[in-house]
Design a protein around this ligand. Structure first.
Ligand code: ATP
Length: 264
């Protein structure tokens, strides 16, 4: 469904030097797949996701969604950000309805759709609150509801649970899996966590840094559905093997860039 082919992207740093963020990145994401993207800090994960979203231009290569080249943002793709990126002055309901308003959906319909989504994410009672009155986990539920409001086919998630505590993270993981299992969206999910990459993903795209490339695609054979018992999945032997393998690969990548630490 999503095809990334030969994607290369450099940034010009403030001192004028060129930083190659992505080099010849190739990736295929199947319809209804949950792909997690894992890699060391600075390897270009966010840049890749923003390129798929159509939010940043790139230098070479192609990104296609259902065979159609990405030229900018579109209603088929929604982003969920780590820092929630909610409008602080707008109510929770208006935040969820925002994308619908921009697309010209009438007030009655957008209110109905936003309320239904708030019920789905367990925040029906918070519609009139402001984002600042909610906890981090609740704010991210609003971020997810807002992204789903436009009924996208692809959900692009940039470390969405990185800013919440561990217990909330676990609850949000379960909720996201339930949503995905019901709605069969295609999800590209960036994370720093090996555990999260394995718990959620059908496959893990492991990236290496300097410049960012896809180092390996690791299939996750853990049974689904996983939403009801993420903790149980995390106790399985296969989960331990996969997270262990990913850590070995990541440790080797870190050692390549910091050889003195690897030797000690
Ligand atoms: N606007 C920018 N201007 C200059 N350099 C940038 C810009 N955005 C990203 N970079 C550089 O591109 C590289 C990739 O950045 P990116 O944010 O995509 O990595 P990341 O893997 O998402 O990092 P992290 O895991 O730390 O969030 C880094 O070297 C970063 O410094």
């Amino acid at each position: 469904m999503i095809t990334v082919d030969g994607l290369t992207k450099s940034f010009t740093a403030r001192d004028g030097t060129s930083v190659r963020a992505l080099s010849d990145v190739g990736l295929d994401v199947a319809e209804n797949e949950f792909l997690t993207v894992l890699g060391p800090s600075g390897c270009g994960k966010t840049t890749l996701l923003r390129a798929i979203a159509g939010l940043v231009p790139w230098d070479e290569g192609d990104i296609l969604v259902d065979g159609v080249p990405v030229r900018g943002p579109g209603p088929d793709r929604s982003m969920v950000f780590q820092n929630f990126a909610l409008l602080p002055w707008a109510t929770v309901l208006d935040n969820v309805a925002f994308g619908l308003r921009v697309r010209g959906v009438g007030r009655a319909e957008r209110t109905e759709r936003a309320r239904a989504l708030l019920t789905t994410v367990g925040l029906a009672d918070c519609a009139a609150k402001l984002p600042g009155e909610l906890s981090g986990g609740m704010q991210q539920r609003v971020g997810i509801a807002r992204a789903l409001a436009v009924r996208p086919r692809v959900l692009l998630m940039d470390e969405p649970f990185g800013a919440v505590d561990e217990q909330t993270r676990r609850l949000l993981q379960e909720e996201l899996l339930s949503l995905w299992e019901e709605q069969r969206l295609t999800v590209v999910f960036i994370t720093h966590s090996m555990e999260e990459a394995v718990l959620l993903g059908d496959r893990v795209a492991l990236m290496s840094a300097c410049p960012g490339r896809i180092a390996e695609i690791v299939p996750v054979g853990l049974p689904r559905p996983r939403a009801r018992d993420v903790g149980g999945v995390a106790r399985s032997g296969e989960y331990g093997e996969l997270t262990g393998y990913l850590w070995e690969r990541l440790r080797a990548m870190h050692a390549e860039h910091r050889p003195e630490r690897a030797a000690s």
